[in-house]
Design a protein around this ligand. Structure first.
Ligand SMILES: [Zn+2]
Length: 288
């Protein structure tokens, strides 16, 4: 590996931000096409209104949207603010992950995980669905990360892993203990969301949510481990409830909860748990 200490950190973070903006541009394609069950690779990007192929110089993250004043060059239809917002958010998140991880084996895995979360959050916000084509490969990806990172680094990288290998799983090889941790995390994440849906159905007699949330939390739980998964759910429920109360107060309607895309709040919780969760759960565990 090249000696990264020779590269000024600011240069590395700028590079992470640029790379994030480019990935954000790809996530816009995912967010637009996956709910329509279209290929994310072919054909080239087109204007959703007039179908004109978008030239490369009109497809530069954030900048093109500003230069074109949020209008298609051909038909002058408005281009949604969602496009630069996703690009900017992904750029910022990539910088935050790079600052969190440094140059490490975990960095590319965390960047893929964050990208999947951004796609899920914006698709859920627009369509109230969390597509299987993201959550199921996401779960497989989480398992791959849980095997690869401990194998390559020889360290219990994941938040839940040190207490597992120093305790009940001390006889297992590190990578296998990591997989067991992933299964525990996945079952807690997915299981909790499934229980919430079941309880809601019993209480209200309506179907609260699809199984998309359950599958999303299988993926998140497997990747983050059980401690950060509980934090994720806590942040998700808290932020979702706060926004729900504000919306209900404004709309003066009682059935707003059906319209709340819970995946958005679980995504927020997952990102917060990945970036800031480890010291929080360590502090909390130290209270006992
Ligand atoms: Zn157009």
């Amino acid at each position: 590996m090249p000696d990264m200490s020779l590269v000024p950190p600011a240069f590395g973070y700028a590079l992470a931000g640029l790379f994030g903006a480019v990935i954000g541009s790809f996530l816009n394609v995912v967010i637009h096409r996956v709910p329509l069950e279209e290929s994310v690779v072919f054909p080239n990007s087109r204007c959703p209104s007039c179908g004109a192929v978008i030239a490369f110089y009109d497809n530069i993250p954030v900048i093109s949207w500003v230069v074109l004043r949020a209008k298609c060059r051909g038909c002058k239809q408005r281009i949604s603010f969602r496009y630069p917002a996703v690009e900017l958010l992904t750029a910022l998140l990539f910088v935050a992950v790079a600052m969190h991880d440094g140059v490490s084996v975990a960095l590319p895995f965390d960047l893929v995980f964050i990208s999947a979360l951004v796609a899920l959050m914006f698709i859920d916000a627009a369509h109230q669905i969390l597509p299987d084509v993201i959550t199921l490969p996401g779960l497989a990806f989480a398992l791959l990360a849980r095997i690869t990172i401990p194998l390559v680094t020889g360290t219990p990288h994941f938040d839940d892993l040190p207490s597992l290998v120093n305790g009940p799983l001390s006889d297992l090889p590190l990578w296998l203990a990591s997989v067991v941790g992933a299964v525990i995390g996945g079952l807690i994440g997915g299981g909790f969301l499934w229980l919430m849906g079941w309880a809601w159905e019993k209480l209200r007699g309506v179907e609260a949510m699809g199984l998309g949330d359950v599958k999303m939390m299988f993926m998140v739980g497997a990747y983050l481990g059980w401690r950060l998964t509980i934090l994720t759910i806590f942040v998700g429920v808290l932020s979702g409830s706060l926004i729900g109360i504000v919306l209900m107060a404004r709309q003066r309607e009682r059935d707003m909860q059906m319209l709340l895309p819970f995946g958005v709040f679980l995504g927020l919780g997952s990102i917060a748990a990945l970036l800031f969760g480890a010291p929080i759960v360590a502090w909390y565990a130290g209270q006992f």
